[in-house]
Write a protein that binds this ligand. Structure first.
Ligand code: SF4
Length: 192
């Protein structure tokens, strides 16, 4: 069997703990592994939150049968990854909540001017309202030429900020859309 940092830690952690604390923690350690990730499938991936790109292992429970939806039960740093060597910052450590979160928003919501609460609206209404606001703002703030008469064709009244878990494809689409409107204040995690 090929020895890796991960197998080394697996094999030696109990012994190290015993030598430091003076008693054998191997049974407890083995039990906790059994409870949490003992029967899981390990999938190696990359943390999406920042450009450090730490390696993670996603533990999934499910017997791979066609009628079973695999369930993510744990995410941890990959000890064999050359960038992070098993460590994760607080954002990366909370990665499982990005995958499974009962507080995830599933429909559009709007907070009207002056209101102190969010109101659920339908997708059609949201798209219509966003389009209307974009058109109005662009019409009011579009700059065709600068102070020296040079053509610039830029929209200075709109900015776009992408989220760190947006995919490259989504960011590509967003940048194309914003550039077509003349928006120059835009940023996203993919640095497209
Ligand atoms: S774990 Fe933290 S440092 Fe590593 S990629 Fe994720 S956000 Fe960046």
């Amino acid at each position: 069997m090929q020895s890796t940092r991960r197998t080394f830690f697996k094999a030696s952690l109990g012994g190290v703990a015993a030598s430091i604390l003076g008693f054998d923690l191997k049974p407890a350690y083995a039990q906790s592994r059994e409870l949490k990730i003992g029967r899981t499938t390990e999938t190696r991936s990359t943390c999406p939150y920042c450009s450090v790109s730490c390696g993670v292992i996603i533990h999934t429970l499910g017997d791979k049968a066609k009628n079973v939806t695999p369930q993510v039960v744990h995410v941890e740093g990959d000890p064999d990854h050359p960038i992070n060597r098993g460590t994760l910052c607080p954002k990366g450590s909370s990665l499982m909540q990005d995958i499974l979160n009962d507080r995830r928003l599933l429909k559009p919501a709007v907070r009207r001017p002056g209101s102190d609460r969010w109101e659920d609206i339908g997708w059609d209404q949201a798209i219509e309202e966003v389009a209307r606001h974009i058109k109005k703002t662009r019409d009011e703030t579009f700059v065709a030429t600068d102070s020296q008469g040079r053509t610039v064709n830029r929209c200075e009244g709109i900015a776009w900020n992408g989220g760190c878990t947006d995919t490259n494809e989504f960011n590509f689409l967003a940048v194309k859309s914003m550039r077509s409107l003349g928006v120059c204040y835009l940023e996203n995690q993919a640095r497209v």
